[in-house]
Design a protein around this ligand. Sequence first.
Ligand code: DGJ
Length: 538
Amino acid sequence: MKRPSIAALACGLFLSAHPSAILSAHPATAPASAATMPRFVRQDNGRFSLMVDGKPYFILAAQLHNSSAWPKRLDDAWQAVEALHANTVEAPIYWEQFEPRPGKFDTTNIDALIAKARATDKRLVLLWFGTWKNGQMQYAPEWIKTDPATYRRQRNAHGKPMDDLSTFAPANLRADSTAFAALMAHLRKVDGTRHTVILVQVENEPGTFGTVRDHDPAADAAFDGQVPDAVLRRVKHAPGTWREVFGPNAEEMFNAWATARYINAVAEAGKRVYPLPMYVNCWLRYKDKKYPGMDYPSGGATYNVFDVWRSVSPAIDFVGTDLYTTDEAEFRKVVGQYDRPDNPAWISETGFDPKTAKLLYYILAHGGIGFSIFGIDNPPSKTQTETIAAHARNYKLLGSIDTRIAEALAQKRLQAAVETPGQPRQTLDFGDWKVTLEFGPPAWGTTPAIIPNSPDMDGRAFVIRTDAQHFLVSGTDVRVSFQRTAKDRKHGQLLRVEEGGYHDGAWQADRWLNGDEVDYGINFHKESRLIRVKVGAY
Ligand code: DGJ
């Protein structure tokens, strides 16, 4: 069957979903103030921001379970989203559902998601489950799965087909790009001025299982050929074959290049139609995993192939980390690997566990763009209640000032810290003032010289400098105190400490704290409260 051209896609001429799907599409009306297209930008100071409605946006996301983005499941799923106080929902779009027959697109699911998000004032990040889902081709439509002659599979070294589409089969790339462009065309039509959808993940945890590289005949020929110039420039290497340039890592590097090149082409096809920011997520090489194609999919943007991956993926704005651990050292290590001059810290998925709540503060500390918790819509249980409660404390507090958080991150005015064993005392340096954070002192009274860490090691804090004299502060299980460090012989003092929040954009104090409440520092326990501190020097 002849497939529609990208131009036709862009004009939205071919959408032939069930009539109800078409009818349920939302009118493209939007307030004029929301007219600016979402963008991903690098600030002059090196920080990255996702810009939404012209302002930096901090993503506090809930990711739905894989099979939950169906209209009949959304009401249930959204209960967890609301309980979590997420500002953003991450939801899959399934290629098999979106294009059940070649060139016939069904917008039922995407329309239901947009309607639900709008009705509840949430933004959406769409996850395109296309050629890849967790290193396999699970979400390719049945008409692709049943026609391996046209839609060739990757092969292992023995010629056995894998559950992955070959990136060397032009029909595969054409099919995925066409479907993805159709999705973006529909978004442009129904959301092009309103921007409920702010970001798209292209594919899901791409890469190959069962082989380090594709052994399709076209892949073999490319592997024996020269490494492309774009890769050589990025890795600063003289020309040569993959083996000559990368030695024992040649096959993994080759699959990374092939995967990145393919995904970049899919993203480009989508962006030509509707240029939303786009990222890929990554099944990480971490927790001592080292065997590509076995421990993790070979070809994803793992840290060891990052430069090769990024040498051919300019249409992808950034790479996300699917960081499933409560081991803080591991978490810190990976956040550090991906917080790079060419990539922001971004947790595209983390585990649904109360213990991952505190880890969000590492993303604040790294000036990152957001955090997303996977599998939010579990059935009711004790774990569900505890996990939602733990993360909701973060999301509710940060969500109440999310634009302020994002702006402060973009301008490097926010600093954050997380309690770690053996480091019960940390300082944040704001130039003329320093802020001391102490995890584990008594609830009130003098701080002993040696403090023990807090009982459950759940401490964290952030401090935003809002102007020369004001700071916004919050934290958990931490004592916060301010010391003036400017060398001008003036004496620094707290002029006022207010507990309160922002209402309609303006700060409102519920009470002023003084005396016992500030004498030994400002003590934060498990409650979420926001404190505004005014300092002076005389
Ligand atoms: C990572 C994937 O990206 C998600 O879609 C989901 O399968 C989770 N793993 C499950 O832990």
